[in-house]
Design a protein around this ligand. Structure first.
Ligand SMILES: Nc1ncnc2c1ncn2[C@@H]1O[C@H](COP(=O)(O)OP(=O)(O)OP(=O)(O)O)[C@@H](O)[C@H]1O
Length: 271
């Protein structure tokens, strides 16, 4: 195995149900992701983006094909995954810090040390991450005392606290306003540059994909497959201003055409 195939889907297909309820979600698909890469999955609604994340996080088994992680079949060795979704789902009865520390309570090898009450170091680790995303003054607050953007910052911290092999993000900023979303893009880029995590991001926001990713995989309508694989070479760290550059706009327009086709001309005025 080379690091080029850190995550490898080989002819992976997914079909739900049988007979009349049979739905082919993913047609046999190949995807290889190198260690440390930042890959965005984009495509029309229902094309199988979340299905790919569920396969990689072992929440779902493929109907056909094989998935490899680090050169070995998925499941052969424990895979440490960090996940963040559109809903931050922080537990309301815990402080922000305790929410961030939650994976350390659950995920081996950390949970052994957590039980042994050696969690002073874990607390420091959570506080350092919270400081990195600008939440140093909110560690002792309850989630409901945070804005939506702050909750998603805490959510990213919780997804990263246990040093995951893979960070899987499913529309993490989908519920945020555009300005907050752009701030969070920068936060996520900083975390990625700092930690060198391997990231797979599912998003409907093509600007988000173009700003954040090194590589964008475009999927066809269901049954989904990858129909285009684009490298994104803008230099890092990327400033938000890059989103106003013609080259950036061209990339977003290309992606859009691949997903929804060429824009129709406006109808001539009937009057
Ligand atoms: N458990 C299930 N049983 C039956 N069909 C399912 C199940 N999970 C997903 N599907 C179907 O598989 C297809 C792919 O779903 P998936 O959630 O991966 O799409 P998606 O690209 O993430 O969609 P969206 O962008 O709207 O979130 C959809 O048609 C969906 O209805």
């Amino acid at each position: 195995m080379t690091d080029d195939r850190f995550v490898h889907l080989e002819r992976v297909g997914v079909t739900f149900g049988t007979g009349k309820t049979r739905t082919e979600a993913l047609t046999p698909t190949d995807l290889a992701i190198k260690r440390g890469d930042f890959v965005a999955l984009v495509g029309p609604s229902g094309c199988g983006k979340s299905t790919i994340l569920k396969l990689i996080s072992e929440l779902l088994k493929p109907s056909t094909g094989n998935i490899f992680f680090g050169g070995r079949e998925l499941g052969a060795k424990p895979l440490r995954v960090g996940m963040a979704f559109q809903s931050a789902s922080l537990l309301p009865w815990m402080t922000v810090r305790d929410n961030v520390m939650l994976p350390l309570k659950i995920v081996p090898p950390f949970k052994k040390d957590y039980r042994a009450e050696r969690h002073r170091a874990f607390r420091d680790r959570a506080d350092a991450l919270l400081a990195q995303v600008g939440l140093e003054d909110f560690a002792d607050k309850s989630p409901w005392q945070l804005s939506g953007g702050m909750m998603q910052r805490a959510n990213l911290c919780r997804a990263l606290i246990h040093d995951p092999d893979l960070l899987l993000l499913d529309e993490p900023f989908g519920a945020l306003d555009q300005f907050t979303r752009e701030e969070l893009w920068q936060t996520l880029q900083d975390l990625w540059i700092d930690r060198g995590s391997t990231v797979i991001l599912v998003t409907h926001d093509l600007r988000e994909a173009a700003y954040l990713a090194n590589r964008i995989c475009v999927m066809s309508p269901r049954p989904g497959r990858i129909v285009e694989d684009r490298a994104v070479d803008f230099v890092r760290p990327r400033a938000i201003d890059i989103t106003f550059e013609p080259e950036f706009a061209r990339l977003v327009q290309d992606l859009r055409r691949l997903i929804v086709g060429a824009p129709k001309p406006p109808k001539a005025d009937a009057a």
